[in-house]
Design a binder for this molecule. Structure first.
Ligand code: SF4
Ligand code: ZN
Length: 271
């Protein structure tokens, strides 16, 4: 996943998974000949983000790793809390996680680009991948569902290649790694998780897997791996007419959400 001499940004949320990844890569940096920097996106979620941010700062300091922080407010002009208020008043056409996921992905890439790193490492584990695969499959996005693997190639100058070192590691095992290494993170959940279908799916998968189906998640992952062979990653891009980033459409999804939320905030004079 990495080559000697590369600079790797680790996407840190402050949760156990991302702190474990930071621990793993920081501990292996010398052996692998790589340089590590942590990056964190502050979405602006009151009661949740500040707690996790503090945990991330403390742990990065302990490991002596620089942590670069930027926020939705700084990049898009509003916090997620503000966006959710506006979305609610407009009939919740988009759920918080849909907007948050697109904007965070964009922001992480932007920060990684600005830092000039070679790779962006995320802590997605096997459970995350299985959930994402099923969610996309349920929405008939089979090509999206199948194509994201543990390592993405460089397909565009402005897209930082992503690596997922925990791709084949179940969530429970990452948890054990965290426990064995004394990695702690305060237990606080994002308040918007209740609106996400992923939350329901995660519960169902865990329950079904523990009811005499211990290999369920691995079998779904196997199916994903098999399907992946039939889909190629997008290599032809348009250029977003607003931000200039590569996109499959004339306007990228992040700019579309940014404009939509901004227009709602202005219309409702919310903030
Ligand atoms: Fe964002 Fe949803 Fe995760 Fe909350 S649960 S941080 S809204 S993706
Ligand atoms: Zn754009």
């Amino acid at each position: 996943m990495v080559k000697p001499g590369e600079k790797v940004a680790v996407a840190v949320s402050g949760g156990k998974d991302s702190l474990s990844l930071l621990h793993l890569l920081a501990g292996k940096a010398e052996e692998l000949g790589i340089e590590i920097v942590g990056i964190l996106v502050d979405e602006g979620i009151r009661g949740y983000r500040e707690v996790k941010l503090e945990a991330a700062r403390r742990y990065a300091d302990k490991l002596n790793v620089e942590l670069v922080v930027n926020s939705f407010k700084g990049i898009f002009g509003f916090t997620l809390d503000e966006a959710v208020q506006a979305l609610l008043l407009d009939g919740f056409r988009y759920k918080p996680c849909t907007v948050c996921g697109v904007l965070r992905r964009y922001a992480l890439n932007q920060i990684a680009l600005d830092l000039g790193v070679d790779k962006l490492a995320t802590a997605h584990n096997l459970d995350d991948e299985v959930q994402a695969f099923l969610l996309n499959a349920l929405q008939s996005n089979l090509s999206v569902a199948a194509r994201e693997g543990p390592l993405s190639e460089k397909v565009h100058m402005k897209l930082v290649p992503r690596i997922k070192p925990f791709y084949f590691v179940p969530e429970k095992e990452v948890m054990i790694y965290a426990l064995l290494n004394g990695i702690e993170s305060p237990f606080v959940e994002c308040p918007y998780i209740v609106y996400s279908l992923r939350h329901v799916l995660r519960k169902w998968l865990n329950q079904t897997a523990s009811n005499n189906n211990p290999s369920l998640k691995h079998r779904i992952m196997f199916l994903k791996t098999k399907l992946t062979k039939h889909f190629t990653r997008q290599t032809e891009f348009k250029t977003c007419k607003i931000c200039g980033m590569p996109s499959s459409r004339d306007t990228c999804k992040a700019c579309e959400f940014k404009n939509y939320v901004t227009s709602l905030l202005e219309r409702d004079k919310l903030f």
